[in-house]
Design a protein around this ligand. Structure first.
Ligand SMILES: *[C@@H]1O[C@H](CO)[C@@H](O)[C@H](O)[C@H]1NC(C)=O
Ligand SMILES: *[C@@H]1O[C@H](CO)[C@@H](O)[C@H](O)[C@H]1NC(C)=O
Ligand SMILES: *[C@@H]1O[C@H](CO)[C@@H](O)[C@H](O)[C@H]1NC(C)=O
Ligand SMILES: *[C@@H]1O[C@H](CO)[C@@H](O)[C@H](O)[C@H]1NC(C)=O
Ligand SMILES: *[C@@H]1O[C@H](CO)[C@@H](O)[C@H](O)[C@H]1NC(C)=O
Length: 325
């Protein structure tokens, strides 16, 4: 009986790894895309995706048994790559302790940015790119650098704005407050909201353009430790009861949500411009477009097949002539 209870508790705090949700990830990717220089944008569009926002959520959907009916189990290995967990209230993130064997979001950022830098026209960078876009978003959702005892806030039950539905702290930071802000201040219009975030990003871009992954993670953990767990009575929330969070909590939190979305977009854009440089250099004249590479490869395959055929014919001819003679 007690083990059943324990089982249920553990199941209920299994991390939902949606990061910013579809809306937040789309916004981050769209902001980043607007910062790509011409050649990086061209490379991305020719090779990887027509629009970055349409692939920004891929790294989550592969885990859903509703989106990926036959394959979701095959991606289990990538689940730990969505976050960093520290011991409860340990507010100093330590790579060696919290990212063993690189199996955390910081390790994944290093991995996929390195992989993407590898210049080889035959390497298909699609998954590397999809993962990187997603993880830069995730690491800026503060609770993706959270505590291991409640799976980054997934274990803390909350009701938001007197809603009858119960959610949890992690999900509230993924999507709850973001959708509330968009609905109440931007009439639920993503284009208006994007335009607002975009102009804010351009005003602040010079200050947030860095590539220090440790810093990104530390910033998130710092927000977790200083702000996220405290309600308006300054009670430290935990997994034991359900908390009501309303206007006070929201007003204090939305500026942080927005700041992190903007930082994620700006940093992702700058990062991609930096790491795609080799690929994009290779596509400048006289080598012209990337299609020429494909064309050349296809041509040389055809050519060698022709060679082979020729040798084969020559051989069979000589055999034929021998037998005739
Ligand atoms: C690095 O990327 C490869 C390919 O997706 C994957 O197999 C490996 O687990 C990744 N490692 C980390 C630490 O992200
Ligand atoms: C939630 O309910 C409380 C008490 O009934 C009320 O004071 C508060 O204004 C409500 N909050 C919202 C956002 O409706
Ligand atoms: C990266 O950020 C961390 C944490 O803020 C800092 O300790 C470290 O010195 C920074 N590294 C570089 C190369 O700037
Ligand atoms: C809230 O509580 C934390 C620790 O529980 C404390 O450090 C902080 O100063 C308190 N803030 C206010 C405004 O009372
Ligand atoms: C959890 O929080 C409740 C009230 O918010 C408090 O009464 C309880 O002592 C806390 N439990 C732990 C283990 O800190």
């Amino acid at each position: 009986m007690s083990s059943l209870l324990l089982f249920l508790i553990i199941c209920s705090i299994t991390p939902h790894i949606e990061g910013w949700g579809r809306v937040g990830h789309s916004l981050v990717a769209h902001l980043a895309e607007s910062l790509l220089d011409e050649r990086a944008l061209k490379w991305v569009k020719t090779r990887l995706t027509n629009q970055m926002s349409e692939i920004a959520f891929w790294a989550d959907t592969i885990h859903f048994d509703t989106d990926n009916l036959f394959g979701f189990n095959a991606w289990r290995w990538s689940k730990p790559l969505h976050y960093i967990n520290t011991p409860p209230w340990d507010c100093n993130y330590i790579y060696e302790r919290d990212c063993i064997n690189d199996r955390c979001i910081h390790g994944a950022l290093k991995n996929y940015s390195t992989r993407l830098k590898t210049f080889d026209n035959n390497v298909h960078h699609q998954q590397d790119f999809f993962f990187l876009v997603h993880f830069v978003g995730d690491i800026h959702q503060p609770l993706h650098a959270g505590f291991n005892n409640d799976a980054g806030g997934n274990g803390v039950s909350v009701r938001f704005m007197n809603s009858t539905a119960t959610t949890n702290l992690h999900s509230l930071w993924d999507t709850g407050m973001l959708t509330h802000r968009m609905r109440t201040e931007f009439a639920g219009n993503i284009n208006t909201y994007y335009a607002y975030l975009h102009s804010k990003m351009l005003n602040e871009a010079s200050k947030i353009n860095d590539d220090n992954f440790t810093q990104w993670a530390s910033e998130s953990l710092d927000i977790v430790c200083k702000q996220i767990y405290f309600n308006e009575m300054n009670v430290t929330m935990n997994s034991s009861i359900r908390y009501n969070l309303g206007e006070w909590y929201y007003q204090r939190s939305w500026p942080v949500v927005e700041k992190r979305l903007i930082q994620a977009g700006a940093r992702l854009g700058a990062l991609l411009n930096r790491i795609l440089i080799k690929h994009t250099e290779s596509t400048k004249p006289p080598a012209t477009t990337t299609q020429r590479g494909c064309y050349n490869a296809a041509f040389s395959i055809k050519f060698s097949m022709l060679n082979f055929l020729f040798i084969f014919l020559a051989l069979s001819y000589s055999i034929d002539t021998k037998t005739v003679v």
